[in-house]
Ligand binder design. Structure first.
Ligand code: UDP
Ligand code: MG
Length: 320
């Protein structure tokens, strides 16, 4: 079997500080894998500019002129990390045998790529990069991220623990993934649904080489909500069981009230009535909010808007 062609897909959003440092690291890794005979020389490093407002796209264009292994596409506007990765994967589809998606900030250890390609050679279609340590993350980032995985699994959304979006996907798994047409993307939940033989490769996560995180808490919460609502209907079931419990308690309360009235033992209970009304009102609003979240998702899905729009490429179509 000849060496497979690898496309490394790298989303970049306002990364002018970090790209000039990490791009040569990716290239060195790619070339050393080529020399080891693990991948073909037609392999490429594909940057996906996610509507950056700084010089990121100019840097990507310069890189692509400096070495043929660098190529890039640009999204017409910022659509977020998940859409950027998907855009890259879908563009790479049909051009290669395997893809590896990785962040551009040097946090994901590129040396794990060799092991990923080995696992592919052993017959795996999906190889998850799993973080073995988070020591370099801040305490806040570490605990929120761990809470994120725990919360997801509690809500019925199964994901690979401590796996972000550093993973290898084979061409046929990518073809299968392209059949998932959802607009609300949560790739780390979707890829396990694709199936095929998979394995994990451990790597240690280091600090961002330069620049700052583009994933503030707000975006992490949005990602968690997207993950839960796109993978599971467990929250809906939970409010159903909660509703049943409240209904049961109310029923007992009603019987108690009737018995008390018959016995003539009715004392005006303003405080208890107010508490119950407020409590049930609050719970109902939360439940409506959860249902609303799902209705909103259905609304967005029925529009079936394009998941990404590419405004520029560093190559002419048909030439690569
Ligand atoms: N990213 C992106 N679009 C966005 C936000 C982030 O393409 O709207 C990219 C970013 O350039 C990086 C990756 O997604 O390559 C992960 O982002 P970051 O390193 O900021 O997240 P963190 O590692 O702090 O979770
Ligand atoms: Mg990062």
């Amino acid at each position: 079997m000849s060496a497979p062609t690898l496309f490394i897909v790298i989303p970049c959003y306002n990364e002018e500080e970090v790209l000039p440092i990490t791009a040569p690291m990716f290239l060195n890794k790619l070339l050393s894998l080529v020399h080891e005979g693990k991948i073909a020389d037609a392999s490429r490093i594909m940057f996906v500019n996610d509507g950056s407002r700084d010089r990121t796209w100019e840097i990507i264009s310069e890189l692509s002129r400096s070495d043929e292994h660098y190529i890039g596409i640009s999204q017409s506007r910022n659509r977020g990390h998940q859409n950027a990765v998907l855009a890259g994967l879908m563009e790479a589809r049909g051009k290669c045998d395997i893809t590896i998606s990785v962040d551009c900030d040097g946090q994901d250890d590129i040396n794990a790529m060799g092991k990923m390609v080995d696992a592919y050679a052993d017959g795996c279609d999906v190889v998850y990069g799993v973080r073995s340590s988070r020591e370099t993350d801040t305490f806040f980032k570490r605990s929120t991220a761990q809470g994120f995985y725990k919360f997801l699994s509690l809500m019925g959304a199964e994901v690979v623990y401590n796996h972000a979006d550093y993973r290898l996907i084979s061409a046929r798994a990518l073809d299968a993934l392209s059949e998932f047409h959802e607009v609300n993307l949560f790739l780390r939940g979707m890829v396990p649904l694709v199936g095929f033989k998979s394995t994990s490769v451990e790597y240690s996560r280091s600090e961002r080489i330069a620049g700052e995180s583009k994933y503030p808490l707000k975006k992490m919460i949005a990602l968690a909500v997207d993950g839960i609502t796109s993978l599971s209907v467990k929250p809906l079931r939970m409010i159903m069981s909660f509703g049943l419990t409240v209904a049961l308690i109310s029923f007992i309360g009603v019987i108690w009230a009737i018995v008390a009235a018959i016995c003539g033992d009715t004392v005006a209970g303003w405080a208890s009535t107010t508490c119950i009304v407020c409590f049930v009102g609050g719970v109902q609003l939360i439940c409506m909010g959860i249902i609303g979240e799902y209705v909103g998702k259905i609304y967005m899905e029925t529009k079936a808007r394009p998941r990404y729009i590419i405004s520029a490429k560093t190559w002419e179509d048909g030439s690569k």
